[in-house]
Write a protein that binds this ligand. Sequence first.
Ligand SMILES: *Cc1c(COP(=O)(O)O)cnc(C)c1O
Length: 503
Amino acid sequence: MVHLSQIPKDQELGTLPEAVKKIRLQLSNYDDTFTTSVYGSKFAAEDLPKHEMPEGEMPKEVAYRMIKDELSLDGNPMLNLASFVTTYMEEEAEKLMTESFSKNFIDYEEYPQSADIQNRCVSMIGRLFNAPTSDGENAAAVGTSCVGSSEAIMLAVLAMKKRWKNKRLAAGKSADRPNIVMSSAVQVCWEKATRYFEVEEKLVYCTPERFVIDPVQTVDLVDENTIGICVILGTTYTGEYEDVKAVNDLLVERDIDCPIHVDAASGGFVAPFVVPDLEWDFRCEKVVSINVSGHKVNESWARILKKVKLRLSTAEYLPQELVFNINYLGADQSSFTLNFSKGASQVIGQYYQLIRLGKKGYRAIMSNLTLMSKMSGEGLPLVAFRLPNRGDRHYDEFALAHRLRARGWVVPAYTMAPHTDNLKMLRVVVREDFTKNRCDALLCDIKLCQGMLEKMDRDSIKAQEDYIREHTVNSADAKHNHPRFRKERHSIQGIHGKTHAIC
Ligand SMILES: *Cc1c(COP(=O)(O)O)cnc(C)c1O
């Protein structure tokens, strides 16, 4: 035992012991692809295939882990307060949905129970929206599940256009200049629908003080070529409900034959519980169709169930020629959808929510959300806010959003719809999993981030913003965009700089 150590001479330093010198480096020759742990496998030291499908296979544990690890760089959906999309569902719902992943909903004959469950959802939601139920072939409303509100809206626009066209042709008039009246704050799917189906947009603009349509302006825009009016129950920017009843009453008063479609993507599952007396649905006689997103605000996971409901005389508002009767394995099925196959799990998840929560359960959740946001219930449970107008403030809503992002919160900033003086704002959608506790944590972090921004000087904030804009947020310049499709100049965003709010 040596406790007193001798200080080595220079030449003794750094020389390897003889035994170590004899060691040969023996790295795995990788013949065996996977008998070790995931991170010990050769795949951990290689690039993941990105462009060309790999020649060989990969063990399932490795593929799973590599993809999962990469996805961990995505934001955390629970902290994504910008999104309307539900981020929490009960385990039982998840289980039911996972168990039905392999069912193709269109195979009615093979999966008659799934089809029946959709019909139950249609009936429950139709009744919730006061759809006419009287019997007789032409009187009862119909509904269908869609992939999302976008599909439902495309279908509604097609139905309105066809009905208008039939009416015009029957009267011996031209039918080549259809238009639709809608708010400039519409969700982008409305712009898609009008472009894809060649319908002219007649926009009702917002103002710096008003972020919803003005009913009089809206009805004033209607002419003989108007196929319908879109009214939004809960805009994506401020969550405010547009006044369906006022538009309806003006149409009735002026005796104008123009249908209303209500885009209730987010509001359809909020208003009936929190403000049941608000008349926005089929109680208004001009409302002929409604879409609602099952996955918005608190319904159920992702793209669950969206409805188009066509009221009263289905023969009139849902032109027969748009419905296909598919003879599937011997049985005739009517189909009004844009695509054919889709998973059954969305419909199953929706049904679970409806029977699990019941009206009482929905009301309880929506009441909490309303308490956490705007107590008055005049809109969706969301808080849209901006920084106070202060001449000497050297940072904007976008800078605050980026700071919050560093703390994990996703609260993006937006530029509002056109004609609002380029108003910038932030939006927090209050979802089921946004408790008082989480709300307090957010407020603390907003204060913290603002404090930090106050301390930073104008130039460094600007440099940081420019850097972020250039490298991360400017999707128009994103490398994956084909050069031909960058910087489009035809949408409301392209023309006016409005940013499409995340949904
Ligand atoms: C989200 C949203 C849509 C589009 O719905 P998807 O289900 O995402 O297709 C349409 N309108 C409004 C008001 C929305 O919030």
